[in-house]
Write a protein that binds this ligand. Structure first.
Ligand code: ATP
Length: 475
């Protein structure tokens, strides 16, 4: 190969693929297939030691940014199981469904709308009835993605809510649903929260928690699963004030994406739902979409839900859910803006954005490929690793002493096995921003080397300075 081609190949980065992400997640303990030793359970994923740290970091950042740092926000943690009347009031029993179709040849189940979307784009599909979806599938001769046949059942409505039974008797009266969204747990607590906190409009309630949807076509790793977590806000406003507040929330979502999560602006875009796509409760909805390796997909959303939910709950529960304006003594039902975020999709995006490949020198002096997760220090699952150059004392005991002091305040790891180069490679793949090595010079002058993940540069610093160094980098 000519030299310039070699140089070009070195500078042209390979695209991040889902295969690379899934493989790294398994290899390094971020995400494992669910129930793996039993052959798995389709589309379930378990978060391993580093995945759970990353997930907690995302939730902590979100909670701090949107709840704790704001005077106009408070939090709740409502139950997953709720009185089934909640789902009648919210409209989920009547209309939380997708168009299901079966391939008559291989029995593959698909979402008719999603299949059509690949052919016609989202604009060609939104707002279409079951009958229209069946007709369009016929007209465009859409084939089964599994066997290639064009032989479909009619589209029928499939409710996405999981059902279960409360108590010992499996009868209709004891049936409950696993919540399909966290939002309703906020609405039903509106009165309790407002009265106990004495918050005045505009104010919001945030919640992080599990939601369940019996999705017809889960897939793309953790992008679409049947069990997932949401971080949701219901922000209550006076009707006439909704628009500027709504726009300010969109700006806050931009800032969270770029500044707090450190993600690239050019990989996100806003897409507005047109009149046909809007949910029954919404007057204006936008999705934040991200450029996944498999195409653009919804990451977060924001909807102006008007006073629909509180009104419905007032009607179905018989409880007054009005707010009294302390200045005018006027009573009314507040309107609501809902910014919503998926935890797993956000985590998937942080993995995709952090993934990078470059080159590093091996112990033998050869150039080899390095996989490095360039997480921001705030997101990194492990903030630092402490290595003794050799296990034996005095290096081992000195390194342990440093580790024991630091672990009180930071999530860090002690690693003494294998060659130093191998330990660096492992922590590069975990995204650990700093590795501190205790060597023979440490015993003489109380300094260690600090190796920076991104530049691979090393410098010496005093042991007494490590804590301050980490604090400054993690700010
Ligand atoms: P989609 O159009 O992709 O089905 P949605 O519009 O139904 O998503 P919302 O009801 O707005 O999603 O849910 C809020 C957020 O919850 C989404 O922006 C997404 O991040 C997350 N989410 C929704 N469904 C799933 C799922 N099945 N798996 C993982 N995350 C999900």
């Amino acid at each position: 190969m000519p030299v310039f081609m070699l140089l070009l190949a070195r500078f042209m980065k390979e695209a991040v693929t889902m295969e690379k992400i899934v493989s790294l997640c398994k290899r390094r303990g971020f995400v494992f297939p669910g129930s793996e030793i039993y052959g798995g359970l389709a589309n379930t994923w378990d978060y391993g030691p580093y995945g759970v740290e990353l997930k907690n970091n995302i939730k902590k950042l979100w909670w701090k940014n949107f709840v704790q740092d704001r005077e106009d926000m408070v939090g709740v943690d409502a139950s997953i199981l709720m009185n089934p009347r909640v789902w009648e009031a919210s409209g989920h029993i009547a209309s939380f469904s997708d168009p299901l179709m079966d391939c008559k040849k291989c029995h593959e189940r698909v979402r008719g709308d999603k299949l059509l979307e690949e052919k016609l784009g989202i604009e060609g599909v939104v707002g279409k009835s079951l009958k229209q979806i069946s007709e369009l599938i016929q007209t465009h001769k859409v084939q089964c993605p599994k066997c290639g046949a064009h032989d479909w059942t009619e589209a029928r409505s499939f409710n996405l809510m999981f059902k279960t039974y409360q108590g010992v008797i499996e009868e209709e009266a004891a049936m409950v649903y696993l919540r399909p969204e966290t939002a309703q747990g906020i609405f039903v607590n509106f009165k309790n929260v407002q009265q106990t906190t004495r918050k005045r409009l505009p104010f919001g309630i945030g919640q992080i928690g599990k939601a369940f949807r019996n999705e017809i076509t889960p897939g793309n790793f953790t992008f679409r699963t049947r069990e997932f977590e949401q971080m949701e806000i219901e922000y209550f406003v006076k009707e006439k004030e909704w628009k500027p507040i709504y726009d300010a929330w969109r700006e806050d979502m931009n800032t969270f994406f770029v500044q707090k999560l450190g993600l690239k602006k050019e990989h996100m875009r806003w897409r507005q739902h047109d009149a046909k796509e809007l949910s029954h409760y919404s007057k204006e909805t936008w999705d934040v979409e991200y450029k996944f390796p498999f195409g653009w997909g919804e990451l977060w959303g924001i909807a102006y839900r008007t006073d629909f939910d509180l009104k419905q709950h007032e009607k179905f529960s018989g409880e007054k859910l009005e707010y009294m304006d302390p200045e005018t003594n006027e009573k009314f039902i507040p309107h609501c803006i809902e910014p919503t975020f998926g935890v797993e999709r956000t985590l998937l995006v942080t993995l995709i954005e952090a993934y990078d490949e470059d080159e590093a020198e091996s112990a033998k002096g050869e150039v080899e490929k390095r996989v490095v997760m360039r997480f921001s220090p705030a997101l990194a699952p492990i903030k630092a690793a402490i290595f003794p150059l050799m296990k034996k004392d005095p290096l081992g005991s000195r390194a342990r002493e440093i580790f024991n002091n630091l672990k009180k305040n930071f999530v860090i790891e002690y690693d003494e096995s294998g060659a130093i180069g191998k330990r660096y490679r492992r922590h590069d793949e975990l995204g650990t921003p700093f590795c501190f090595t205790v060597d023979f010079q440490t015993i003489e002058d109380d300094t260690v080397t600090v190796r920076h993940r991104d530049s691979m540069k090393q410098e010496r610093i005093k042991i007494s300075e490590i804590e301050g160094f980490l604090r400054e980098k993690l700010e």
